[in-house]
Design a binder for this molecule. Structure first.
Ligand SMILES: C[S@@+](CC[C@H](N)C(=O)[O-])C[C@H]1O[C@@H](n2cnc3c(N)ncnc32)[C@H](O)[C@@H]1O
Length: 288
């Protein structure tokens, strides 16, 4: 597939997260199946349960992991419900788990409102069964609600001016596409350097639509509870809010040995080959 998702920090995940004796690996964000594919290839005795909230992801993962189908179970679900998802499948513990947060390449390319240039509807739902879309947030939330999302979830310095501009512009006509939203933001913020001016706004709205921080917190707590002694949890995050949350959960969880005092970041070669990896940070901890 053109634009296939390239798994980030793959070598670190394979070498430091999954041990040679591991029997069950949970991929809480299976996405395109990239990490899972290489883990299944390297560890011949391992079984994988792959979870994703996005039905398109599971179709792609199923195709990619076809070769290993006897060792893979795919489940559509939200990792915030990890314990319940696994318990209904008779699983009460596992050896390793990965959360690779953020977006997959196919989501960015899929005209679902995630990318700045998407002309499709302003959607941004990872779970297509949920009701709240980015369109609702952008066109129906009050100034105060927009301001607080942009400030708290986007850490956007110009939150107030952007929120005001959104409210002004939508009076003329609804802001219906991602492209329209990014041009509203560009009226307030000019492009400087490589980062698109609407990056924080899109991040903030996506986090609101998908309830991301709440899910991450619930998912990681559930995972830590279910890890076997000696088992490892790895979380790859893509912005500072997520990374801080992961760091604090690890620090405040008793019985966890933290393997990454500083998070692991990609080297220059990886970033050159896969620019999406640029902001990735991997934290790993072990259950004692
Ligand atoms: C960066 S991609 C994972 C890519 C994957 N590691 C690979 O190598 O192909 C993140 C995936 O997490 C999924 N996701 C996000 N939030 C989720 C949640 N709360 N529960 C389950 N899956 C979620 C997204 O739908 C997306 O497919």
């Amino acid at each position: 597939m053109n634009g296939e998702h390239i798994p980030v920090l793959l070598g670190h995940v394979i070498d430091n997260l999954v041990g040679a004796g591991s029997r069950l690996f949970i991929d809480a964000t299976i996405g395109g199946g990239g990490h899972a594919y290489h883990i299944l290839e390297r560890y011949k005795d391992i079984r994988v349960i792959g979870i994703d909230i996005d039905k398109d992801a599971l179709e792609i993962a199923q195709r990619r992991l076809w070769l290993f189908k006897d060792r893979v179970t795919l489940v559509r679900g939200n990792f915030r419900d990890l314990k319940a998802i696994l318990k209904t499948r008779g699983v009460s513990s596992f050896d390793a788990i990965l959360f690779d947060l953020g977006l997959s390449t196919y989501q960015l390319m899929g005209n679902r409102g995630f990318s700045f240039h998407s002309e499709g509807p302003l959607d941004m739902r990872m779970d297509q069964r949920e009701k709240l879309t980015a369109y609702d947030v952008v066109n129906r939330y009050t100034y105060g609600m927009l301001y607080s999302i942009l400030k708290n979830f986007g850490e956007e310095k110009k939150a107030s001016r952007i929120a005001r501009m959104i409210v002004e512009e939508r009076k003329k006509k609804p802001i219906a596409t991602a492209e329209a939203l990014s041009s509203v933001v560009c009226k307030v913020k000019k492009r400087r350097g490589r980062i698109h001016p609407a990056t924080q706004t899109f991040q903030a709205i996506r986090m609101e639509v998908n309830n991301e921080l709440h899910n991450i917190e619930a998912g990681i707590h559930g995972a830590i509870d279910m890890l076997l002694p000696g088992g490892r949890i790895g979380v790859i995050s893509f912005h500072s809010l997520e990374d801080r949350l992961v760091k604090n959960i690890f620090r405040n969880s008793p019985g966890l040995l933290i393997h990454t005092k500083k998070p692991i970041a990609p080297d220059m070669v990886e970033v050159r080959n896969n620019p999406r990896a640029r902001s990735a940070k991997l934290r790993i901890a072990e259950k004692i």
